[in-house]
Design a protein around this ligand. Structure first.
Ligand code: NI
Length: 170
């Protein structure tokens, strides 16, 4: 396994749209293992392939208290969104920035595992929010795009200097 470099905003590669995974092979398994290692090393809760410059439609997330239960989502899609709420988010690719974003707090998601088997899962709270944040990454979107115009202007005028990612960043 190898730790991957995490791209930082405004790297243009974060704006690319990821492509559907069609090869469920040893290379994909290795890449997913690297993503998980990178996520755990960074102390985050979610990491999308796009954040490492890879354009496969894959993300990993781990919300377990001891970070020992990584979940893998290949070709994820949200089937249902419910219960909108204002949620505080941060991102490993936008270090030092925390902001409130409107997200569904309940989702039904369909995805494939690393072997290609399709599954559906009902998620809520941080799990639901994290899935939306990571799918945004796969579509070339960052959570800062979803902040209010005033907050974005403020961030532009006073770029944060902090290099350390916020706890529970994704
Ligand atoms: Ni993120």
């Amino acid at each position: 396994m190898a730790k991957l470099a995490i791209l930082h905003h405004p790297d243009p590669r974060l704006r690319a749209t990821a492509a559907q995974v069609t090869s469920f092979d040893a290379d994909l398994e290795r890449f997913v293992a690297d993503l998980i290692e990178t996520l755990h090393a960074a102390g985050g809760i979610g990491l999308a392939a796009t954040q490492t410059g890879d354009l496969r439609r894959v993300f990993v997330m781990d919300l377990s208290p001891d970070r020992t239960a990584p979940e893998v989502y290949v070709n994820p899609e949200i089937l249902q969104k419910r219960a909108l709420g204002l949620v505080e988010e941060s991102c490993l690719s936008v270090p030092g920035v925390v902001g409130n974003v409107v997200r569904a707090t309940q989702v039904r998601v369909r995805a494939q595992d690393v072997q290609g088997a399709t599954f559906e899962r009902d998620l809520e709270a941080m799990h639901a929010v994290c899935v939306q944040h990571e799918i945004d990454h796969l579509d070339g979107r960052l959570f800062v795009d979803r902040l209010s115009i005033l907050r974005r202007l403020w961030l532009k005028a006073w770029p944060p200097k902090a290099a350390k990612p916020a706890d529970r960043a994704a």
